[in-house]
Design a protein around this ligand. Structure first.
Ligand SMILES: [Zn+2]
Length: 85
């Protein structure tokens, strides 16, 4: 699989939703309904939620909130928001 493909938000979101459906507890450290990028509401249009939940998968600036590694993708240069950016 080409590296660029990993950068696709849609692919990431699909991976998150698949992982959440199978093993939600595995993602629990990163599950939040407060966007770490704006400290604000997930209700804004610009946040991508895990389908059927109020949990944010992609922040309003495009940040991947749940560790890519936890959903089977390479960690790359992803930084964990829980440790500060
Ligand atoms: Zn936000």
């Amino acid at each position: 699989m080409p590296t660029e493909y990993y950068n696709e938000d849609a692919y990431y979101l699909a991976q998150v939703e698949a992982a959440y459906a199978v093993e939600p507890l595995q993602l629990s450290p990163w599950l939040t309904n407060i966007c770490p990028e704006c400290d604000g509401s997930w209700g804004e249009d610009s946040h991508e939620l895990i389908e059927g939940t109020d949990l944010i998968a992609i922040g309003c600036q495009g940040y991947w909130i749940i560790s890519p590694e936890a959903v089977g993708l390479p960690l790359g240069n992803w930084c964990d928001w829980r440790e500060g950016f």
